[in-house]
Design a protein around this ligand. Sequence first.
Ligand code: FE2
Length: 363
Amino acid sequence: MNSYKITGFDHCEMYVSNAKQAAHYYRTTFGFQPIAYRGLETDSRDKVSYVLKQNKIRYVITSPLDGSSLIGEHIKKHGDGIKDVSFTVNNAESAWKETTSRGALNIQEPTLVEDENGEAVVATIQTFGDTTHTFVERNNYHGAFLPGYEMYDPKELVAEPTGLVHIDHIVGNQPDGEMQTVCQFYEKVFGWHRFWTVDDKDINTDYSSLRSIVMANDNEIIKMPINEPADGLKKSQIQEFIDFYKNAGVQHIAMSTKDIIRTVRKLKSNGVEFLPTPETYYDSLSQRIGNIYEDINTLKELGILVDKDENGYMLQIFTKPVQDRPTLFYEIIQRKGSQSFGKGNFKALFESIEREQKLRGNL
Ligand code: FE2
């Protein structure tokens, strides 16, 4: 039993080379509202961050003001990517003490931060690659985001929400042979358990394959699939990620919606690019899935995938990478009972990804 409780994903911080433009992208395409800011105007001399929010999802988009800083080094090595996956906890000091005493590497000791809106405690540990986990204890904070950030509410920068509600899961890609070690880290350091697994016999196309273990915390609010490439005839998409990210890192973030058709229509009209789904995928969909509420022709028009398990079904779709390196992308997911991770879709999805990989000359 842990002495602290994780109540959800708090936020994800990404390091990018141009936070101002990235914030514009997340606002105008995914519909995230800027809510807080730190930068030269708020006396942050070395970095600038925009905090964007939609329902329960928060992203912190950070750029260095000096390229020789650690943030600059991170971007030079990895390109734009997710640096930190934060958890909201009831006690950040306990979370830090417990995880570091069980072997996690300290990045930042528990630190009290405060301003006129209250106080919060944050602490950070290392996880896979250069990625970190921050514990955020914010029960006594009532400002826009956290102390150190100013409220940011320019009237001309209003986002139109796209129906994204919360983070369903966050996936970490590992180099070949490191998946088990990372899962053991989450078991030992956090006391998490294996929620679902898939091996290369379940997922392979003619070319590539992967292995994946979904790690979950005790109340299963947090789910983090951990992937590694598996040998195939050609290069696994996981290996392509590792080659371009230069190490382990966050591959995708799945964001939930209560109406995937509306959300995907809106995202497409806003310019979000999705992986195409082969039309033949829909030929036998009814036989595989049975009756569903959504119109199959609409799903086909939008390229939305469907999978089911004994508890129900789920709909999902994946974006193309959101930066030039084939690294971070997003998943849009609507669960209707099913808690699965779309095993039935992997073949169609992999074939689609491989067509893109081929275009990039990486297959
Ligand atoms: Fe996913």
